[in-house]
Design a protein around this ligand. Structure first.
Ligand SMILES: [Fe+2]
Ligand SMILES: [Fe+2]
Length: 403
């Protein structure tokens, strides 16, 4: 998820430039990328508060079904469903990659250590600043993991009450967290060793993000959380996989391998949450489609949305704009992602829905077309603008083009 990045995100950003957002969060910016149409900040805030109100109403509707939903999920966690369909997707610890496998190991002689680091730095020298900025943004998002685990554990019915509960959901959450924890570690260590970024500024950004938290839907309806995270995992997979490809093109095989390993994890996580949502659709299609519409109306924003380095108030928007320009995560990806999940969960084929359920179904099924239209408009407007750059403290204040 994190990265949930670097992943999942797409919110209509409030900045003056095209923005990318990964599907999690609300507020200033987003974690998947999504071009935004320029709006005044007051208009943006108004729009966001309306979306929030709509989502809150949907959450309230979901709350009415809370007892049934909680009972369904509790059963899945105890009758072996989570174990069979989700825990089976986690990699056993003995077989899992660790950051030390992908970076200089420091197990050899001092001379060999120096040689390994020198080789890493030589390869990293060819990575352009825009890709570095995207990498840092993704890494910072991954480092927000304590927030994401805390958020996930607030969902009633599936929480890990003692911290070492034995039911399926608790084991999944801890196992997922353990796999995710390697992502921030691995990217952080690569960035530290490569010598290309201002680590103090990067670390300050992580510190700020953990203090700032993230804005998301109230975790009262588990369906919302599963849907959101399914989007996030897919967005982060896309972003890390493309970073890997670009790193390889620039001659950094170490970074390519590292991001490829992270992307493969995100893909498994996406599969797990996609199965969970599919099970929700199977058990209660009306509640599930309304939950999907609620998440979409609230905009899928990114988990790292509240990141700041203490200098740039629009840091996330700027990072997202660079990701969009570089093509690591774009508005088009968001449209594709909505279409993918609508198809995967058979939303268009659902029958026997309530009036509200049918309205949610129509809304969701029409969304990819709307997103693509917005994307085209944003693209046309951006094409008419003069190139704009901003300085990123992450790369020692060097300017990086936004569009
Ligand atoms: Fe993930
Ligand atoms: Fe991750």
């Amino acid at each position: 998820m994190p990265g949930l990045t670097a992943m999942m995100a797409l919110a209509w950003a409030p900045s003056s430039s095209v923005n990318l957002r990964f599907g999690s969060g609300g507020g200033r910016k987003a974690a998947s990328a999504m071009p935004l149409v320029k709006k005044s900040s007051s208009a943006h805030l108004l729009g966001r508060s309306r979306a929030w109100a709509a989502t809150t109403a949907a959450t309230a509707a979901c709350d009415e079904q809370q007892p049934q939903t909680m009972e369904l999920l509790r059963r899945l966690g105890e009758d072996g469903w989570v174990e069979e369909h989700m825990l089976s997707l986690l990699t056993p610890v003995a077989e899992a990659w660790q950051p030390a496998d992908l970076l200089p190991a420091f197990a050899a002689t001092a001379e060999e250590q120096r040689s390994q680091v020198a080789e890493l730095q030589a390869r990293a020298a060819g990575v352009p600043d825009d890709l570095l900025v995207c990498l840092v943004g993704n890494m910072v998002t991954e480092e927000g993991l304590p927030t994401y685990m805390t958020m996930a554990n607030r969902v009633r019915g599936i929480d890990d009450a003692t911290g070492c509960d034995g039911h399926g959901w608790a084991r999944w959450l801890r196992g997922w967290t353990a796999e995710e924890n390697r992502h921030g570690d691995a990217l952080n260590r690569y960035l530290y060793l490569c010598g290309r970024v201002d680590m103090r500024q990067v670390e300050r950004t992580v510190h700020h993000l953990l203090r700032g938290g993230m804005r998301t839907l109230e975790p009262s309806c588990p369906f919302h959380g599963f849907i959101y995270v399914a989007f996030q995992e897919r967005a982060t997979f896309v972003s890390h996989a493309r970073t890997a490809r670009r790193a390889a093109l620039h001659g950094d095989a170490c970074l390519a391998k590292l991001c490829g390993a992270v992307a493969a994890d995100e893909k498994r996580h996406e599969a797990a949450y996609t199965r969970a949502v599919a099970r929700c659709f199977e058990a209660d299609p009306d509640a599930a489609v309304r939950a999907l519409a609620a998440v979409m109306r609230a905009k899928v924003t990114m988990p790292g949305e509240l990141m700041t380095d203490g200098r740039d108030e629009n840091l996330f928007d700027h990072f997202a704009a660079v990701a969009q320009r570089v093509g690591l995560y774009t508005a088009a990806d968001y449209g594709d992602m909505v279409e993918h999940f609508v198809r995967r969960w058979g939303v268009a084929e659902l029958g026997g829905l309530s009036g509200e359920g049918r309205r949610a179904q129509d809304y969701v099924c029409g969304l990819p077309r709307k997103i693509r239209r917005m994307e085209q408009l944003a693209h046309d407007r951006t094409a008419q603008k003069e190139a704009q750059s901003v300085s990123f403290s992450w790369v020692f204040d060097r300017p990086v083009r936004l569009h």
